[in-house]
Design a protein around this ligand. Structure first.
Ligand code: NAD
Length: 428
């Protein structure tokens, strides 16, 4: 197992969106400029604590052996064990894991969770693996990273290409080697082996809660609010349905094939989510528009909840919404963010809006450690409390410092990280 303690940034090509690592570092320095934070602490946060690179040989179903590369990047643990997803995707790289691990540090800190940030994955196309091959890959990966994960060390979770079943295999492989059942080593498991009720819908629920709070802040009643949601998966469908339930008019939702548009409002419960019937949104639509058109619809709130880098220099001037709530990770490029800020469009950042996922992961971890399951009602009540508390902390910085919502969220996160590093000091 290779372990390194510094990262090299791979700069994006001119005109290309910046990489996750570039974004994470830019946000760190940008927030640091606005705070009187010790530059030595910023320097520490600029680097991951360790990046573990492992080789994962697996036997394919045809008897041949194939070797994959896996990573676990652990960024910072000053506030608690590392926390972050594991993705199976052909483009997983070391730098991507470092950048996304840094994002997890900011996200956990803005939510005031007692976790640090990490991300990992395997460079593999999971669609080319049979279920049995995926299980062997996961078990061997768990074996290779066993020494650096654990319920008090580093707690993985699902991400792109991985799911509750993957987490159940990981938990089983880890537990078998430890000689006891340790559900708290991963989150996002099926409830029957220690997963939490409400985990799946949590990121969408947090997007809806933050949208509601932001509308209230700007003096907008939800029942007078028109919303467009890009992406109808776990995040988008849950956010759209809750906002619909709470009185907003959802006029457009989309998947990879295009968008359903109805100016009178969509019955979101009647449109199948990605999980219920994959990529079927347009099948149920009377009027179909394309995804680019959805982004520039004349609505009050836009929720990009599909992919990164969809609001760019090319369309930022045409965004008609007054409020953008980021459901996806990184849907707004840095240049687009500047244009929207100049135009007075409020953008509530991903690290706050979709943080319901990691927050309910924290609840899952608490349930596992205490061997006591919570009801769905309790999970949703506590999520509501955590989201409102984080919203208030970010709102305070937004009001006091006259910065964007994104800057305010990073300032909250960095202040907490800076204070924790100052209190603990540098060992030895
Ligand atoms: P998902 O796979 O459940 O759904 C994705 C949706 O986006 C699908 O409806 C798909 O058809 C649609 N889509 C794909 N390509 C598209 C395109 N080109 N144009 C429009 N729509 C497209 O994914 P998800 O879990 O909802 O994740 C969505 C985003 O939210 C990702 O950026 C993810 O990183 C982020 N996120 C997810 C979680 C989580 O726990 N699920 C937590 C935080 C952030």
């Amino acid at each position: 197992m290779a372990s390194e303690s510094s990262a090299q940034t791979v700069a994006s090509e001119p005109g290309e969106p910046e990489s996750a690592l570039e974004t994470a570092r830019r946000q760190l320095h940008h927030a640091a400029e606005k705070l009187s934070i010790d530059p030595n602490i910023v320097e520490r946060l600029n680097h991951p604590k360790a990046v573990h690179e492992v080789t994962i040989p697996i036997e394919r179903d045809d008897g041949t052996v194939e070797v994959f590369t896996g990573y676990r990047a652990q960024h910072d643990s000053v506030r608690g064990p590392y926390k972050g997803g594991l993705r199976y995707h052909p483009e997983v790289t070391r730098d991507e894991c470092v950048g996304l691990g840094m994002w997890m540090t900011w996200k956990c800190a803005v939510m005031d969770l007692p976790f640090g940030g990490a991300k990992g994955g395997v460079a593999v196309n999971p669609k080319e693996l049979s279920p049995a091959e995926k299980e062997r890959l996961t078990r061997r990966f768990a074996g290779e990273i066993r020494d650096v994960i654990g319920p008090t060390i580093d707690i993985p979770a699902p991400d792109m290409g991985t799911d509750p079943q993957t987490m159940a295999w990981l938990m089983d492989a880890y537990s078998m080697q430890e000689g006891e059942t340790i559900p708290g080593v991963v989150t996002g498991k099926p409830p029957v082996v220690g997963g939490s009720e409400g985990r799946e819908e949590a990121p969408g629920r947090s997007v809806a809660i933050i949208t509601r709070e932001a509308c209230e802040y700007y003096g907008r009643q939800l029942d007078e609010t028109r919303v467009a949601v890009q992406g109808y998966g776990s995040v988008g469908a849950n956010a759209a349905r809750l906002l619909d339930e709470w009185g907003a008019t959802v006029v457009a939702v989309s998947d990879v094939n295009g968008a359903m548009y109805d100016p009178d409002g969509i019955d979101t419960a009647a449109v199948p989510s990605h999980d219920e019937e994959p990529e079927a949104v347009t099948k149920y639509a009377d009027t179909v528009i394309d995804n680019d058109e959805l982004l520039t619809l004349d609505v009050d709130v836009l929720v990009p909840a599909a992919l990164g880098n969809v609001i760019t220099e090319a369309n930022a001037d045409a965004i008609a919404a007054d409020l953008v709530v980021e459901g996806a990770n990184g849907p707004t490029t840095a240049t687009a963010g500047k244009i929207l800020a100049e135009r007075g469009v409020a953008v509530i950042p991903d690290i706050l809006a979709n943080a319901g996922g990691v927050t309910v992961s924290y609840f899952e971890w608490l349930q596992d450690i205490n061997r006591r399951a919570w009801s769905l009602e309790r999970v949703n009540d506590e999520l509501e409390t955590e989201m409102r508390t984080a919203w208030r902390a970010v709102r305070r910085e937004f009001e006091n410092r006259d910065v964007t919502w994104r800057d305010a969220a990073y300032i909250v996160a960095l202040s907490r990280l800076g204070e924790a590093h100052r209190a603990r000091g540098l060992w030895p």
